[in-house]
Design a protein around this ligand. Structure first.
Ligand SMILES: NC(=O)c1ccc[n+]([C@@H]2O[C@H](COP(=O)([O-])OP(=O)(O)OC[C@H]3O[C@@H](n4cnc5c(N)ncnc54)[C@H](OP(=O)(O)O)[C@@H]3O)[C@@H](O)[C@H]2O)c1
Length: 253
């Protein structure tokens, strides 16, 4: 298939964890995957691993907190591919889990830089390229921990969660960004949604998660390959409180 027909997907933070598995699954679907990594060496290593599985992958150096680097990455994609069909804002950090009342503001700023301002900067920089796609798909990798409805539901699985404002607040704000981009881009045939991968064993949580990174990536894959009549502007993914441990669906904002 020529690249004109092959969908082009960019995943930020694709060198490990859920991002790597997302790049892998998108590649196995036949997409050309741009493997976003802030470190060129780690990106190249991930590309080699993906190529061994038959995936067409190219490294793309991108630190989502570096405005000039994000702009340069968008220019490179414009030059090499001329458009972008799928953008997965996956790069994220989870810092500052101190108790409420003792919030680490430095950690909070860093979390917001990566988890909120990063996806906004990347989406804005790639907007022109996304608009050149016949069916753009943007997936913001969020979390059930950023769902205000879930965290405040006395019957819900996370009602007892306390401490650590930065990460939940960053994902709640990312959910708002998702909803507003979804409205903004609806006329362009785009789908902009937030993904809840569920609690996956990755470096982010010292591999304490109960799901695999691939299970989390399947949520992202679903949203990245939505048909034209699929949902736009929802938080969708793993439903932690459901009796079926593999249940997926729309979560409250
Ligand atoms: N694991 C879970 O249970 C879970 C649940 C819900 C949501 N999520 C979300 O899923 C996403 C991926 O998390 P993960 O669990 O796969 O974490 P991970 O294994 O720690 O991977 C995080 C990725 O983000 C990259 N990254 C961090 N800061 C970056 C920056 N400034 N610019 C570009 N890349 C950056 C890392 O790159 P380096 O290798 O260079 O550090 C790495 O590739 C995150 O948004 C996270 O919040 C995870």
């Amino acid at each position: 298939m020529s690249e004109t027909n092959t969908r082009i997907a960019l995943v930020t933070g694709a060198n490990r964890g859920i991002g790597f598995q997302t790049a892998r699954l998108l590649g196995l679907e036949g997409m050309t995957v741009l493997v976003g990594s802030r470190d060129a060496g780690r990106g190249a290593e991930a590309v080699r691993a993906l190529e061994k599985e038959g995936v067409t992958a190219h490294p793309l150096e991108i630190d989502v907190t570096d405005a000039a680097g994000v702009a340069a990455a968008a220019e490179r994609v414009a030059h090499d591919h001329g458009r972008l069909d799928v953008l997965v804002n996956n790069a994220g950090v989870a810092l500052g889990w101190g108790a409420a009342g003792a919030t680490d503001l430095a950690a909070f700023r860093e979390v917001l830089e990566v988890n909120l301002l990063g996806p906004v900067a990347v989406t804005d920089a790639f907007l022109g390229l996304l608009r050149r796609s016949p069916a753009p798909r943007v997936v913001n990798v969020s979390s059930e921990i950023g769902s205000i409805g879930t965290l405040t539901d006395p019957e819900g699985p996370f009602f007892g969660l306390s401490g650590g404002l930065p990460y939940p607040a960053s994902k709640a704000a990312l959910n708002m960004a998702t909803a507003l981009y979804a409205k903004e881009l609806a006329g362009a045939g785009a789908k902009v949604n937030a993904a809840n991968p569920g609690y996956c064993a990755t470096d982010l949580n010292g591999h304490a998660g109960t799901r695999t990174a691939e299970q989390g990536a399947r949520v992202v894959l679903h949203l990245a390959t939505l048909p034209g009549d699929g949902p736009n502007g929802v938080l969708w993914g793993h439903l932690a409180g459901a009796s079926d441990p593999d249940a997926h669906g729309v979560l409250p904002w």
